[in-house]
Design a protein around this ligand. Structure first.
Ligand SMILES: [Zn+2]
Length: 63
């Protein structure tokens, strides 16, 4: 297991599919082949980071 963000191996497990990187201080969750990366704010809240390429279709709303 390596950090998907900085590729370091200093990873701590914090949940069933959740990990914390001590290298770049991000949190990431793994579900199947999908990896979601979060920044941890000073207040402890998670901020989604769009660093991974995703195939998720973006629906544009009509004006
Ligand atoms: Zn990292």
């Amino acid at each position: 297991m390596r950090c998907p963000h900085c590729n370091c191996r200093d990873i701590g497990k914090i949940g069933a599919n959740q990990f914390y990187c001590w290298g770049c201080f991000i949190e990431f969750s793994v579900s199947g082949e999908a990896v979601r990366v979060y920044e941890v704010a000073e207040d402890g809240s998670l901020i989604s980071v769009a660093s991974m390429p995703s195939e998720v279709g973006m629906s544009s709303s009509a004006l």
